[in-house]
Design a protein around this ligand. Structure first.
Ligand code: BGP
Length: 479
């Protein structure tokens, strides 16, 4: 027994990390554009440092990224050559509504994505579209404070109705918000939040959470109304929390972390806030502005499937535990001494992938979709002996092979229902966490460096041919 027939193999990107063309086709400025590479990035993306426009002292990699705004037809052809069944991409909101609060959409932006989706369909590739992958039009941040404002729900409803109507029949799989729990970790990316001096961060984050959850439920409702064939998913930055030890205090710390991270998916998949979270908010004096209409739309419009990114598990220790600490994928926690890490310090844990999927499937009883997984690593371009260049990326193949084996076992042995698997960054793109190009995930190498130099030419890596074989055999041939 192997992967089910029709399993959706593919790869995933985000508009701001690959498109570039930040001021073309009438596009408006967005939060993601002004996230610089370099040491200030962390402070900006976590909402601690105000950066509302470009300044001459920083380099902003999203301005050009890998220029996919112009090369998408060639790049999608390369995905098709690997045999992709699906391609996960995202919409840049400010291409469709440049300021975010206009009455009428920008036709150039709509036409751009229409051609991109048509191109996918011509290759037999099913688009899987993230409506919001970390981007928010800058005007919505300046005028309303980003997702801390309830007003954004209305603007988002207008955005999604426009998308569902225009792309009816072209797109059937939608994700409302990428890694919705990232609001707690990178609030500028997750919700366009920049904190004011002295304000309580948690209260602002939870207000934004509630607004995104309500917006997500409206999107689910509208998607189903416009086309009953539409399937809508939530999206979690996943990774089970292990207790650092079996000391009850550490186990309790892991439980609290799990409750907080999963609470948003609880709302999207079950339709209401879990009691533990309601009580936690009450204890902290955080009052959510939940209307009767909010309650109703949340309850009646749960998602069709649960999608998630998986890079590693996490490890929780009580404050009183003397544990070494780490910062992996924006998630601070204890360092797991049993796991090796990537060059960027992210723990590598294939078995944790199985543990995570079982946890999510047991809890929600809804189909899962793995929409990100992969290894960020440095690559070296070498001659391929045929007059071109390649990368001998056996480390990437090893990582993916181990995870795909675990995915197969989770489906066949544990009975977990999984619709598909898209690796992160099938073509090298800029890192969300660091803004670097040198942190590469792709099967396709892009000639560009961390300072923006390079020809932007594409080269097939060794993993390109390996993934082609994996997809061609529906996961049976992983050698
Ligand atoms: C996820 C994001 C992606 C992607 C990925 C890898 O959190 O959804 O946008 O970037 O992580 O992270 P990084 O780019 O920091 O290596």
């Amino acid at each position: 027994m192997g992967f089910p027939e029709g399993f959706l193999w593919g790869g995933a990107t985000a508009a701001n990390q690959c498109e570039g063309g930040y001021d073309e086709g009438g596009r408006g400025l967005a939060n993601v554009d002004v996230a610089p590479a370099g040491p200030d990035r962390r402070a900006v993306v976590s909402g601690e440092m105000k950066m509302m426009a470009f300044d001459p002292d920083h380099y902003y990699p999203a301005q050009t990224a890998i220029d996919m705004y112009h090369t998408y037809r060639d790049d999608i052809a390369l995905f098709a050559e690997m045999g992709f069944k699906t391609y996960r991409c995202s919409i840049a909101w400010s291409r469709i509504f440049p300021k975010g609060d206009e009455e009428e959409p920008n036709e150039a932006g709509l036409a751009y994505y229409e051609d991109l989706f048509r191109c996918c369909q011509e290759h037999g590739i099913e688009p899987l579209v993230t409506i919001t992958h970390f981007d928010c039009p800058m005007h919505l941040i300046e005028a309303y404070g980003g997702w801390r404002s309830r007003k954004l729900i209305g603007f988002y409803k207008r955005l999604v109705r426009t998308l569902f109507t225009r792309y009816k029949g072209l797109v059937h799989y939608w994700l409302t918000f990428n890694e919705i729990n990232m609001i707690f970790h990178l609030p500028w990316m997750g919700a366009g939040i920049v904190f004011e001096e002295g304000e309580g961060h948690e209260a602002v984050e939870w207000a934004a959470v509630h607004h995104e959850l309500v917006a997500s439920a409206w999107a689910t409702k509208i998607a189903h109304e416009v086309d009953p064939e539409n399937k809508v998913g939530c999206m979690l930055a996943a990774g089970a929390y292990y207790p650092f030890s079996c000391r009850p205090e550490d186990v309790r710390a892991a439980q609290l972390d799990t409750q907080r991270e999963l609470s948003l998916i609880d709302v999207q998949a079950r339709g209401y806030y879990p009691r533990s979270i309601q009580r936690m908010l009450e204890r902290k004096g955080i009052m959510l502005d939940i209307t009767d209409e909010d309650r109703q739309v949340l309850a009646e419009n749960t998602v069709d499937f649960v999608s998630f990114s998986y890079y590693s598990t996490r490890c929780s220790a009580a404050p009183t535990t003397d544990a070494p600490r780490t910062q992996g994928n924006a998630f601070a926690g204890a360092k797991n001494p049993y796991l090796k890490t990537s060059e960027w310090g992210w723990a590598i844990d294939p078995l944790g992938f199985r543990i995570t999927m079982n946890e999510l499937y047991d809890r929600y009883q809804k189909p899962l979709f793995v929409v990100e997984n992969g290894l960020g690593a440095k690559d070296e371009l070498v001659p391929d002996g045929k007059g071109s260049y390649t990368v001998e990326d056996d480390y990437r193949i090893d990582y993916l092979r181990q995870h795909i084996e675990v995915l197969r076992d989770t489906i066949t042995e544990d009975g977990v229902e999984v619709w598909g698997y898209t690796t992160w960054g099938p073509i090298d793109l800029i890192s969300a966490g660091t803004g670097q190009m040198s942190k590469r995930y792709g099967f396709i190498y892009v000639d560009r460096d961390d300072e923006g130099n390079g020809t932007l030419k594409r080269y097939r890596k060794k993993s390109f041919y390996w993934y082609q074989k994996v997809i061609g055999s529906n996961g049976a041939d992983l050698d």
